[in-house]
Design a protein around this ligand. Structure first.
Ligand code: BT5
Length: 276
């Protein structure tokens, strides 16, 4: 662990240039999960753009009930409450693009603060040197007295040293320190993350996903790769990732040898990048 400047709301506000996101920031030394806290706040009616940050999580969550390794003193764990003010017919587009644009915004924030390249593994993993440096967990909360809202959760490994990772993650995970050998001020990174998120969210709400889709596709290292996709049904597919669809899905042309040569559009799956 490399000595990280302490997380502090005043320090975040020093460089925060957003209009709406982060008007309210709740910072905790420890939470079970920032997504759970943001959900509780959303249910209590907090405004759009409320931010929850924790220095450590005792039960950090990944997708599909997986866990997110969340030690204290080094990393970023944050969640935002979003209340989309959109007509009902635009909600499917909003919900399918939200995880992708959150990952896009996080990658742009990391690149802007570190000057080191970040790519995206579809749908929402942040990679540096092919290893996972961050992840996104988006949840749509329907049954709430305060009306429906979304929680977007972001975890980024910032100042963790390689030996701080549990052995099962050492080969697949990395941190900004690992990649750049520079201690990153998490307050500065948080401020940049909120700014990039605000810009992407405004673009999606105001103009739809077309420009964001281009930016996402440029950054997505899954495109053009041979991949293995594991679907929720347990089915596994191997093929070449061709493109991102208008609904954020990943188009894969399956192996000519394994199946008939055909394309499949995946809405949700776990992807492994294979060597071609
Ligand atoms: C994700 O899930 O990548 C979403 C992670 C979201 C975490 C944030 S932290 C703030 C907010 N509050 C929460 O409770 N969660 C969000 P998924 O694609 O399912 O990946 C999970 C998998 O990544 C695990 O099964 C591990 O293999 C791996 N993993 C766990 N912790 C990691 C870490 N710190 N760095 C890199 N890989 C990790």
């Amino acid at each position: 662990m490399h000595l990280s400047p302490t997380l502090n709301v005043d320090s975040i506000r020093c460089t925060l240039a957003t209009k709406v996101l982060g008007r309210r920031i709740d910072l905790f030394e420890q939470l079970s999960s920032t997504n759970l806290e943001a959900t509780a706040l959303g249910e209590s009616g907090v405004e759009h753009g409320t931010v929850v940050i924790a220095d450590r999580q005792t039960a950090g969550r990944g997708r599909l009930a997986r866990t997110w390794f969340s030690p204290g003193g080094a990393n970023v764990y944050c969640s935002l409450v979003l209340r989309a003010n959109l007509p009902v017919n635009r909600m499917p587009e909003w919900l399918s693009w939200l995880p992708l644009i959150t990952a896009l915004a996080a990658s742009e924030a990391v690149e802007s603060v570190t000057s080191a390249p970040v790519s995206l593994k579809w749908p929402n993993d942040l990679l540096m040197s092919g290893r996972k440096v961050g992840g996104v967990l988006c949840e749509n909360i329907q049954a709430s007295r305060s009306g429906p809202f979304q929680v977007i959760g972001i975890g980024i490994n910032v100042n963790m040293a390689p030996e701080d990772f549990p052995s099962e993650l050492r080969a697949s995970a990395t941190s900004l320190w690992n990649e750049t050998h520079t201690v990153v001020d998490r307050n500065r990174l948080m401020a940049q993350l909120l700014l990039e998120l605000e810009q992407c969210i405004e673009e999606l709400a105001g103009h739809g996903p077309q420009q964001l889709a281009l930016a996402y596709q440029r950054r997505c290292s899954t495109i053009g790769r041979k991949v293995r996709a594991s679907l929720a049904t347990g089915v596994e597919l191997t093929g070449y990732a061709e493109s991102i669809g208008q609904d954020g899905s990943l188009r894969i042309s399956t192996d000519p040898g394994a199946h008939r040569d055909r394309a499949v559009d995946l809405r949700a799956a776990d992807i492994v990048h294979l060597r071609s």
